[in-house]
Design a protein around this ligand. Structure first.
Ligand code: MSP
Length: 632
């Protein structure tokens, strides 16, 4: 963003020393299993705006009122279990159908939301929706020969259906064209204006409609357009930019460099993973020019008029960001939730969320959100996904091809937030077949087979077969159990805590990797002891056979419980087969192998649930499937 507002003062002096933290610290620190992480110590103190002399001025600046700080509402959110939390996805542009990049943002937020629910944390909401205003939508509607409201209605419905089909458990779906949202934006604008954070100034720069943002020269490249004429494009998206010169309302972003810096210094967990936190600090070290927050209505009519000035339209990013407040009933009831908000966003929109949004909030008298979780992008066979390359992956087709759970598992298991990940069909089939169909499904199938467990019960654990040891050196003379078995049960016992740490650090893929490793170990345990070879007529062998199955089912119960946020349907099927009741599926009460520790096991002797067939069917190789598509 490089505004050329008339007559700027030199940039602010360099900010204080950067609040670095050891790479990866906090991100992976395991947490106690029983509690959803308490919020970081928040920024409740009022921010200090830069002195007026350091702020932008010029012809327009003469008229500016001083920047005063509106009183901040006390947040009603309390720390600890029982506290409220808003998780959010970005709201999606309503100019085209959903693709797997959108889906990935939504699935990450959904997994966090579901995980938190399983922890028995307090009331939670998961918000999503569609971003319906702006030049991009206005132009897309014109190109499609329709009106913006008609286009938005259609595309918004498509997103809602795609998210519901993907089992994204959203509680709120905001459309920025909705009257309640528009009212919230007008109020928010009033708070900015009344606090003196806005002024009118002449503005010019290169505008990228696809990104809905002005770009500085360093983010531009020279290209030729379709007619061979030289043109400038955005380095990031490759879309053409256009020189725009108009009178706009400006937001005093430059005044918020110090407050933003302090916010990050006091909240090193505010942006995760760490490389993105460091990236935001680097942005704050650079010049932070004021931000144009309106467009002339004659050019952009599809948007919310600036309150009190019908010649201007509110900048679409200000409009869109306010969805995180309007969903909470701003300006009336948001204080019951805000700032207990965690935003999941792609790296391309990090600056809007980690710089502009916190600054806008501070200027409106509100604290920044608690946390921002950032992810990278999906490429397709090594290429950026784009309409012009024709390689955009349709989520509906993927659900038809890989099932909803299969595709959710793939994206969350393979997606690494810190770096871009590549998608291709063969990779999905290979991963899902090996980890869900073969390893997990095979284990359930083998350990519940009639031939091995004819009574179809959760069999008993025998302490004499699997005696408790205090250290692993003690395994001598322990009969059938080996040191390997002790190591294996120890790693399953520590799994819930590891998974908790990874969810806390936004490393869901690592949580899934740990689970996959344990599933493999359980298969090895089962294979090693060959329960099918044991003679059920011999009471000693029967005890051992029951113990092997008991341990295996206990492992499966832990995996099923931990996998619920990622593959909800498959986990439900697994837990139902193990006769785990809905109220026994939470994480706060998750125990593993209590009989080993001399505690009673409520499942022992219980009749297993009905056998409803294969847990997860192997996927066919690409090209052999029926696809399910839903187009615009
Ligand atoms: N409307 C804005 C967000 C406003 S939030 C106040 C927007 N919309 S978007 O539809 O373009 O993008 C929504 C999300 O999809 C973003 O998190 C973005 O990073 C993500 N993805 C879009 N393409 C992507 C990939 N190729 N891969 C992964 N996610 C990407 O931005």
């Amino acid at each position: 963003m490089s505004p050329c507002a008339s007559g700027r003062l030199p940039p602010l002096p360099a900010p204080p020393a950067r609040p670095r933290r050891p790479h990866g610290a906090c991100a992976t620190a395991p947490l106690p299993l029983l509690h959803w992480p308490a919020p970081p110590p928040h920024l409740p103190r009022p921010f200090r705006a830069a002195p007026l002399s350091r702020r932008l001025c010029g012809g327009a600046a003469m008229l500016r009122p001083p920047l005063s700080l509106p009183p901040r509402r006390a947040a009603a959110t309390a720390a600890g279990p029982g506290r409220r939390l808003l998780l959010s996805t970005p709201i999606f542009y309503a100019n085209g159908p959903p693709h797997i990049g959108h889906l990935y943002s939504a699935l990450l937020a959904d997994a966090l939301h579901r995980y938190r629910g399983l922890c028995g944390a307090g009331p939670g909401r998961l918000s999503t929706g569609t971003d319906e205003h702006g030049l991009k939508i206005q132009q897309a509607a014109a190109a499609a020969g329709t009106s913006p409201p008609e286009l938005c209605e259609r595309v918004s419905g498509l997103f809602r259906r795609a998210l519901a089909r993907a089992a994204v458990s959203f509680t709120d779906f905001t459309r920025t064209s909705a009257p309640a949202h528009q009212r919230a934006v007008r109020h928010f604008w009033g708070a900015l204006r009344d606090g003196g954070a806005l002024y009118k100034g002449a503005y010019e720069g290169w505008y990228c409609t696809a990104e809905e943002t002005f770009l500085p020269p360093g983010q531009l490249a020279e290209r030729r357009d379709a007619r061979g004429q030289p043109c400038k494009v955005s380095l990031e998206s490759g879309h053409q930019v256009h020189w725009t010169k108009e009178e706009n309302y400006m937001f005093r972003l430059s005044a918020f460099r110090d407050p933003l810096w302090k916010w990050l210094q006091n909240n090193p967990r505010a942006i995760a993973p760490d490389p993105f936190y460091q990236q935001v600090l680097r942005w704050l070290e650079e010049d932070l020019p004021d931000l144009s927050v309106s467009r002339e209505r004659s050019r952009l009519h599809w948007g919310i008029p600036v309150p009190g000035d019908s010649t201007q339209t509110v900048y679409v990013w200000v409009d869109a960001l306010v969805n995180y407040l309007s969903v909470l009933g701003y300006p009336e009831t948001h204080g019951e939730w805000w700032p207990a908000a965690h935003h999941v966003v792609g790296k391309d929109i990090l600056k809007f969320h980690a710089v502009y949004w916190p600054a806008l909030l501070m200027a409106a008298g509100l604290p920044p959100p608690e946390r921002i979780f950032v992810h990278s992008h999906w490429t397709v066979r090594g290429q950026k996904m784009s309409k012009s390359l024709g390689n955009v992956i349709d989520p509906f087709a993927c659900f038809g091809q890989y099932t909803v759970d299969g595709f959710r598992y793939f994206l969350l298991r393979q997606g690494v937030p810190e770096r871009d990940c590549d998608y291709y069909d063969e990779k999905v089939v290979k991963l899902v077949n090996s980890e869900l169909a073969d390893a997990l499904g095979g284990l359930l199938n083998r350990s519940t087979a009639r031939s091995i467990n004819p009574s179809n019960t959760y069999p008993c654990f025998s302490e004499s077969c699997f005696p408790k040891i205090l250290d692993s050196g003690e395994t001598e003379g322990m009969g059938r159990v080996s040191a390997k078995d002790y190591e294996f049960v120890a790693s399953v016992a520590s799994l819930p805590l590891q998974v908790a740490g990874y969810f806390e650090g936004f490393q869901i893929y690592k949580a899934l990797e740990c689970i996959a490793v344990c599933v493999r170990q359980t298969n090895s345990f089962f294979q090693r002891h060959r329960p099918w070879k044991l003679n059920r007529k011999d009471p000693a062998e029967q005890l051992w056979l029951d113990t092997i199955i008991h341990v295996t089912l206990e492992c499966l119960r832990v995996y099923g419980t931990l996998l619920q946020p990622v593959i909800p349907h498959t986990a439900d099927k697994l837990l139902s087969r193990l006769a785990v009741e809905p109220e026994e599926r939470g994480l706060s009460s998750l125990t593993f192998l209590p009989r080993y520790n001399g505690q009673p096991c409520p499942f022992e002797g219980r009749q297993l649930g009905p056998d409803t067939g294969v847990l997860f069917h192997r996927l066919e190789k690409p090209g052999q499937h029926q696809t399910e598509t839903e187009k615009l």
